[in-house]
Design a protein around this ligand. Sequence first.
Ligand code: NZQ
Ligand code: ZN
Length: 388
Amino acid sequence: MKGNFSYNNPTKLYFGEESLKYLRDELKNYGPTVMLTYGGGSIKKNGIYDAVCEILRAEGKRVVELSGVMPNPTYEKVLEGCQCVRDNNVDLILAVGGGSTIDYAKGVSASAYCEEDAWQKYWVEQGNPECKTVPIGAILTMVGTGSEMNGGSVITNRKAGFKLGKVFGPALYPRFAVLNPRYTMTVPQYQMVAGFFDIMSHLMEQYFAGTADCTTDYINEGLMRSLIHSTRIAAKNPQDYEARANIMWTATWALNTLLKCGKGGDWEVHQIGHAIGLVTDATHGMTLASVSLPYYRHVMHDGLHQFVRFAKNVWGVRPEGKSDEQVATEGLKCLEQWMHEIGVVTHSRELGVTEQNIEAVADAVLILPVGYRTLTRPEVVEILRESM
Ligand code: NZQ
Ligand code: ZN
């Protein structure tokens, strides 16, 4: 293990079928006005909205609602939330939904009282809030992003032509998060498996970096193996509680900063995925699935030792009588096979990437100077073309 790091995660988690009942205790810690924020209405259909509102009422809260948070939330929508926070002097933002709603809540919290251009300050310049921020609570309904226990806030600004992530500090992590696997049972299959791949991608983005023998990699491998096992079950039988619960727990640990301790990280798949999302508005996890195989084949030789380790420790590939390259290639084949089994998209053309917009996608890709290889723009185009 190399490097220096600190680890501090202030989010309090409540996990399991009984977890919502603890919302009542949590609400006592905040002032009277709660901004209840959610997406396009799935929580009204599956009863989560009613259950949450009953608790808010029982605690005597004044509730203002901000609904309609779209997948891939926009900066325009963030500004609408900021106005609502200021107009109502909101004491707590309660985000009920998936990563989009929780990311959105963080964006609003940091931006509502920001006196500068918040987009420029946070998402472009990666600055930190110096103004008052509003506490956030989360009730998770869709698994994948890890937003329930991290500071990530990914926002799309179509005018600026970017979908950018900002990782805020612990003050903007949800103060508490309710994780009830039952709440995820109504997520449509397409979204569900997209979330599964998102988790795998978070694990791989952090795994494929560095050369040191690092405890964090062993933790990561355990999470990958649990994820592969449970997603095979859940893709066939989404109502399998045990599998869905394991996946929910894995998703949270996959991106709550634990797995970057002592590690760098790659994150280029996410940069390409975000660019595809910007241009096509495709589902986040599917954008990652569509480019991962071509990307990893492209960088495999630069980080061969880790791809060999991945093949052996995650997929159980036997190395005897094979070259490192053969072992690593077999590992990626196993990854591909699992992707087919769970049913994610493996071609970006299925998401709307075409010969006409491929340059626009490439223009929106941020090239990060980390991971095993720093791409050039022509390499980005090459990977995108292979992904089609
Ligand atoms: O809007 P509603 O009606 O709620 O429907 C949502 C949405 O259409 C639906 N859904 C959620 N829970 C449901 C449900 N439908 C039925 N039953 C339920 N229980 O699912 C759809 C997708 O929801 P969304 O929140 O967009 O999905 P996800 O959790 O994948 O979030 C994606 C966003 O998170 C960002 C992505 O870029 C994307 O913008 N990310 C955030 C990260 C972070 N905070 O660290 C990291 C990730 O890499 C990612 O970039
Ligand atoms: Zn992701």
